[in-house]
Design a binder for this molecule. Structure first.
Ligand SMILES: Cc1cc2nc3c(=O)[nH]c(=O)nc-3n(C[C@H](O)[C@H](O)[C@H](O)COP(=O)(O)OP(=O)(O)OC[C@H]3O[C@@H](n4cnc5c(N)ncnc54)[C@H](O)[C@@H]3O)c2cc1C
Length: 480
């Protein structure tokens, strides 16, 4: 469709002042924080496709009218919320339209009897959490991107927070939602504690990354907020595997601490920098809940830690982590700190069962040391644990050999491929919580195996014109 006509009609629907067409604004809306894109930007290369415009609808009805129009004209759509993507998920198709929900912002209802909050999709999580805290509640969802992300994006990515071992991921917290389908129809999924009336349709949107519809309203559980009861303790153990075994024991004994983190010796030495014997891995725990439960859980953790000869490091390292846990949002992302060192730095989160996770950790580190000759470091941490397994958050840095943008991309994917291949070899999942975005899509057929075909069927049924966020999750059919 001709650009001028497209912009004119969109301005009629959402208002001229809510349509941005300037190159800078359009590029800014598509800005992603994946390590190599940041490096390319700092070296003066913005390699992202240019959308025709970014629009900010003011309400659900406008989203509906916009999608109906774009669908009829087969114009590509990229949904956007807080813009904290690290997976290139908000990078548009050339000439497409970015629909930003950030003007649809605010709490609609806090229900203290039924313990839920309903808010518009563009509501920043941070603002919602602060409002809830003032009322004595919490949403229990604390991703590191808390200062950046908004509700629509958090649902669409299947996000998870730092207190997940108690509260769960967003899929455990989401009660209900409203969304606009690509043809403009508005659907609502109602708020009940549980039901058995067919598959749970919320899952068509949880982790959809904007490829099934546009989320406009979200209802989440709330919990009593009582940080004054928190039990905090740090331990040092010899080596990563000892730490993994210790967490496995805690989870399988039935304890439910909120925060369970294990930083490997590489992170302890290079990132956390505590004074500890060589090869120390650091465990951090926060237990949240009613006082009696907190006390009993703390005692249980202490007892198990002793079995593993863990060094008791007290509360201080946990307090320090808690106070600085989201600083990266202000101090590192999009800053030229690493670029000035010539380094590409990033993280990659995966998951696997307890029987495999240690093997993946060793295999990835072993291969990187052998195959990436400009490697600066590769380490990681586990931060979300279950009775069956845990996640690993690989952290890696290497010195870029070349500043040519294509070379930067190729080098990045050489590193990433090692992680993807080893995770798949050991039967893990290649994405624990950031999603596929547009950079892990090529591994999705192997990730899903024989069930991948269902993903195309869902997409074809819900978005037959294929306008919604092309490039996430689904490999072009011919390439699959
Ligand atoms: C420093 C940093 C730390 C991070 N830490 C965490 C963490 O601890 N846990 C975690 O899970 N993630 C983390 N992330 C990743 C990111 O913050 C999450 O993926 C977050 O959920 C994205 O939310 P957002 O509002 O920024 O969405 P955006 O980045 O705007 O969009 C993300 C995806 O959601 C889709 N989308 C956005 N809005 C809508 C809508 N209204 N309807 C349908 N689809 C939509 C987009 O198309 C895209 O696919 C981190 C990122 C950074 C930069």
């Amino acid at each position: 469709m001709e650009k001028e006509l497209l912009i004119k009609r969109l301005a009629e629907i959402v208002g001229e002042e809510h349509v941005a067409t300037e190159k800078e604004a359009v590029q800014d809306a598509a800005k992603d924080y994946i390590g190599y894109r940041q490096f390319q930007r700092h070296s003066g290369h913005n390699m992202v496709n240019l959308a025709s415009c970014v629009i900010r609808p003011q309400n659900t009805e406008q989203v509906s009218e916009v999608l109906k129009f774009l669908n009829e004209n087969k114009v590509d759509v990229t949904p956007r919320a807080g813009g904290s993507s690290v997976t290139m998920s908000i990078e548009p198709v050339e000439g497409g339209v970015i629909i930003d929900c950030s003007d649809m912002n605010g709490i609609i209802e806090v229900n203290e009897q039924d313990m839920y909050v309903t808010a518009k999709a563009g509501t920043p999580l941070d603002a919602m959490e602060k409002q809830l805290n003032e009322m004595g509640y919490t949403a229990g969802h604390f991703p590191q991107s808390l200062p950046l992300a908004s509700l629509g994006g958090l649902v669409a990515t299947r996000s998870i927070g730092q207190f997940s071992t108690l509260y769960g991921g967003i899929e455990d917290l989401l009660l209900a939602l409203e969304a606009v389908m690509p043809d403009g129809s508005i659907i609502r999924i109602k708020n009940v504690p549980r039901r058995s009336v067919g598959p749970d349709l919320k899952h068509l949107f949880l982790g959809s990354e904007g490829m099934t519809g546009y989320i406009t309203e979200v209802t989440m559980k709330i919990f009593k907020y009582r940080p004054e009861t928190w039990w905090m303790k740090a331990y040092g153990v010899q080596g990563m595997q000892t730490g993994l075994d210790l967490i496995q024991d805690i989870m399988q004994e039935g304890y439910k601490p909120a925060v369970v983190r294990l930083h490997d010796p590489v992170e302890v030495e290079n990132v956390i920098k505590i004074d500890a014997p060589k090869n120390t891995a650091l465990l951090l725990f926060i237990v949240d809940g009613p006082e009696k439960v907190v006390q009993a859980t703390g005692e249980g953790i202490d007892e198990i830690a002793k079995k593993y000869q863990a060094m008791d490091l007290g509360r201080k390292p946990v307090e320090h982590w808690f106070a600085t846990r989201n600083d990266v949002c202000y101090t590192y992302i999009d800053q030229p700190v690493y670029y000035n060192m010539g380094a590409v730095v990033d993280t990659c989160e995966i998951s696997a069962n307890w029987s495999q996770i240690g093997k993946i950790y060793n295999a990835v580190r072993g291969r990187m040391a052998k195959e990436i000759d400009n490697l600066y470091l590769v380490g990681g941490h586990s931060s979300h644990s279950y009775t069956t397994g845990t996640n690993l958050y690989f952290e890696f840095a290497y010195i870029a050999k070349d500043h040519d943008p294509q070379a930067v991309e190729d080098e990045y994917f050489k590193v990433l491929t090692i992680i993807m291949e080893e995770v798949l070899r050991y039967g893990g999942s290649i994405a624990h919580h950031h999603g596929s975005g547009k950079y892990r899509t090529r591994w999705m057929p192997k990730e899903h195996g024989s069930s991948y075909e269902l993903m195309y069927k869902i997409k074809d049924a819900l978005d037959p014109n294929g306008i919604m966020n092309k490039g996430v999750i689904l490999v072009d059919k011919e390439e699959a």
